[in-house]
Design a protein around this ligand. Structure first.
Ligand code: FAD
Length: 288
């Protein structure tokens, strides 16, 4: 098994303490030489300024290749594209382009007056600028709003045909889920790279709630295993084993890149990466 290439997702910190935690996370994971690290954009555009700051700071001080998430929610087209241009001016030309979700509790996505109607329109507009590498979301367990699995794949193809370069998937818990999805994408004529999104399970309660919200299927065996591990206080051990096995099953099936949802907690991601043969390569620039 050859070691995969990895990338890491972070969220922008909202407090000083959270900033320290993000920096610790970056310092721990940077030596694993990620293809890129990405910074999320809060639901409803709520962390717009924090995302901008975190992206610019990471780009300047970490020496890593940084990608900024961007959504269409709650902004006009001009405002959204101005944010993208701002990323480019800060030296960040990689974007994870998403339709996004409105803030929690405010119902389904609504097009902002003067805003993009959907992710395809956003991707077309970003691609027309000719200066961005564009990644998009994909849903092996099907997005909750998709009419059916095939409609979801057709929509992914439309996003890639609109000018996106690569897809990053929502997390899933069984390798089969991704492999079936990859086959269906190939059958639909998708030939761009689809990178599995991996969620190391730091906390089962939080991970299972997150899964239910985004339509990720929770297998019964996993639920049972965590119930036992929590009772025996062995959650960490199980989480490392489950995540490493998922990743190595994917690698055995030809997957060469993995995208980790770190939740700004580096240890489990680092341990899984080490187990997969991804070991330290570079040191951070400009560390005080
Ligand atoms: P789309 O793929 O455009 O739409 C979602 C699904 O709805 C599609 O798969 C399709 O089945 C259906 N659909 C939508 N419009 C149409 C249409 N016109 N015709 C047919 N079908 C349609 N959210 C954030 O708020 N901030 C983030 O930073 C963030 N980062 C993410 C990163 C990744 C890798 C992933 C996978 C998701 C992320 N999300 C983020 C969550 C994402 O915003 C939600 O899943 C949102 O509901 C869908 O966004 P999308 O761009 O994937 O949507």
């Amino acid at each position: 098994m050859s070691a995969p290439k990895v990338s890491f997702e972070f969220f922008p910190p909202q407090t000083l303490e959270a900033s320290f935690r993000l920096w610790d996370t970056v310092q721990t994971l940077a030596p694993l030489d990620p293809r890129f690290v990405s910074v999320t954009y809060g639901a409803g555009g709520t962390t717009r300024d924090l995302t901008r700051e975190a992206v610019a700071t990471l780009h300047k001080s970490s020496g890593l290749n940084v990608a900024a998430h961007l959504t269409c929610v709650n902004a006009t087209r001009d405002e959204t594209l101005a944010i993208a241009d701002g990323f480019a001016e800060a030296g960040v030309s990689e974007i994870v382009a998403l339709r996004g979700d409105p803030p929690k509790g405010s119902g389904a996505f609504q097009q902002h007056p003067g805003g993009f109607a959907n992710s395809v329109e956003l991707i077309e507009a970003l691609a027309a600028k000719g200066k961005f590498t564009i990644r998009v979301g994909a849903y092996p367990d099907k997005h909750p709003e998709a009419a059916n699995a095939q409609a979801d794949i057709d929509w992914l193809k439309a996003k890639l045909d609109a000018g996106a370069d690569e897809a990053l998937t929502q997390f899933f818990f069984e390798a089969e889920t991704f492999l079936r999805f990859r086959d269906a994408c190939a059958k639909a004529g998708i030939d761009k790279k689809i990178v599995p999104g991996i969620l190391p399970i730091e906390n089962w309660k939080g991970a299972s709630r997150f899964a239910r919200n985004c339509g990720t299927v929770i297998p019964q065996w996993l639920e049972d295993a965590f119930e036992t591990a929590i009772r025996d206080n062995r959650q960490d051990l199980l989480a490392t084993a489950v995540c490493t096995e998922l990743c190595s099953d994917l690698i055995d099936e030809g997957v060469d890149s993995l995208h980790f949802y770190t939740m700004n907690r580096p240890e489990l991601t680092r341990d899984v990466c080490h187990a997969l043969g991804v070991t330290p390569k570079v040191s951070l620039q400009n560390v005080a």
